[in-house]
Design a protein around this ligand. Structure first.
Ligand code: KET
Length: 413
């Protein structure tokens, strides 16, 4: 006796419960980066994704990270699950990195910190936590922002709206309009803010503006959610933590998701954290418990290898010093590329002002190029950037910067 005919019949009648699915349109950043990878042109230039490439066009493995990994390998050791909240050594190192050693908020025990799966994991856990424990709270994101912010919060079932941010005409921040919108929000509204190196514009708030904003947060009882994905790429590791330190100092309650993807060049290791600065220790304990529960329901526990690297690099003085120098070198290389790009464009198009390449901070510049110009750059020059006109300056190097700048000049009328 054979079962083959039965199996064949079964296959024929198999249900197709997913045939109604909409085809995925792709992600504006990740799918473009994949398209770049598939492009056969040897002279192609990748200014699409927010990744730091070195002057040879490679994603570096930092010396500090390599050394931390060598020590981990030498120590051997088993690979247990981490607790839901992640590694204790990494969590306390992250707290000191964000707030500074001995910050009163840390001494008071009012910061609940989780190691997360990249800062994306922190944003997602934070979003699920908000949906569950502050149902009805809406999230306000900057106009424009990182494409994934809206998707993540809407995906968690939260209503997402925008506040004015970038001034396309003047190249700065529409700060008065931003404050006006935020000052009119219902209490406990969540306001997503880029702590430094705003993505995609490269335009940040000044320290004075952060102070003014903190006043509105207090008065309107708003809940800031800081996204700190580029620490060290703005003005320095400590300087870029100005916003979380200020808000904590002022006794405010807020979230901060931070990433080591860019600052330690650990993209695929998924190294990040989520901290919730609370009113007091008792609240922080409750919060940590429910954040752990949120993690358990999502992915159970975060990656062990990422924790080992971050805890060692931040915690061992020799590695820490080397890392700080490596971050400074990455920041300075980007600034040098900004100057080269500016010089070529300023001489190719003397009537136009390209000063924004010099004043914007972090990996990104917002060029104001139209979608049609972006498409020409890809099709005719093999220069890849986002449809919004965002370029990742860290994709430029001494071998491609002139060519990329000339291509940009060629598509600008
Ligand atoms: N926040 C911001 C502002 C951000 O730009 C990124 C990544 C992330 C969070 C997520 O990083 P993680 O590796 O999960 O810690 N941005 C780049 C890559 C991407 O889109 O995923 C980008 O904008 O190109």
């Amino acid at each position: 006796m054979t079962h083959a005919p039965m199996l064949a019949a079964h296959t024929e009648h198999q249900m197709k419960p997913f045939s109604h699915l909409e085809p995925y349109a792709g992600d504006p950043i990740l799918s473009l980066n994949e398209a770049f990878g598939a492009d056969a042109r040897a002279h192609k230039v990748n200014l699409s994704i927010g990744i730091y490439f070195d002057d040879a066009g490679h994603i570096p493995v930092l010396d500090s990270v390599r050394e931390a990994e060598a020590r981990m390998l030498a120590e051997g050791g088993a690979k247990p699950y981490l607790p839901m909240e992640g590694s204790a050594a990494m969590r306390s190192a992250v707290q000191a990195l964000l707030f500074g050693d001995g910050h009163p908020a840390l001494a008071a025990g009012r910061v609940a910190t989780l190691q997360t799966v990249g800062s994306s994991g922190g944003l997602k856990v934070g979003a699920d936590f908000i949906r569950r424990w502050l149902p009805g709270a809406g999230v306000w994101i900057s106009d424009p922002t990182w494409d994934n912010h809206r998707a993540m919060f809407e995906g968690a079932g939260i209503a997402v709206q925008t506040y004015p941010y970038y001034d396309a005409a003047g190249g700065g921040v529409r700060f008065a309009a931003m404050c006006e919108t935020l000052a009119a929000l219902p209490p406990r509204s969540v306001v997503l803010l880029h702590a430094c190196c705003h993505n995609p514009t490269g335009v940040d708030l000044t320290q004075g503006q952060w102070r003014e904003l903190a006043g509105i947060v207090r008065e309107r009882e708003l809940l800031p959610f800081l996204d700190l994905a580029y620490q060290g790429y703005g003005d320095g590791i400590a300087a870029d933590a100005f916003a979380p330190r200020l808000l904590a100092e002022q006794g405010l309650v807020f979230f901060v998701a931070n990433s080591f993807s860019k600052s330690m060049s650990l993209y695929g290791e998924r190294a990040g954290a989520l901290s919730l600065v609370c009113a007091d220790r008792a609240e922080a304990e409750l919060v940590l418990g429910q954040l752990k529960a949120t993690v358990r329901r999502n992915y159970s526990s975060p990656p062990l290898h990422a924790a080992g690297i971050v805890a060692r690099v931040l915690g061992e003085p020799a590695l820490r010093g080397r890392w700080e120098a490596e971050v400074a070198a990455m920041r300075e290389r980007i600034l040098a590329m900004r100057r080269r790009l500016h010089a070529v464009l300023a001489s190719a198009k003397p009537g136009r002002d390209f000063g924004y390449f010099l004043t914007q901070r972090g990996m990104f510049s917002y060029t104001g190029l139209t979608a049609a110009q972006v498409e020409r750059l890809r099709a005719e020059y093999a220069v890849y950037l986002l449809r919004s006109g965002r370029i990742c300056v860290a994709g430029l190097n001494s071998g491609n910067v002139e060519r990329a700048a000339e291509a940009i000049a060629a598509v600008i009328d």
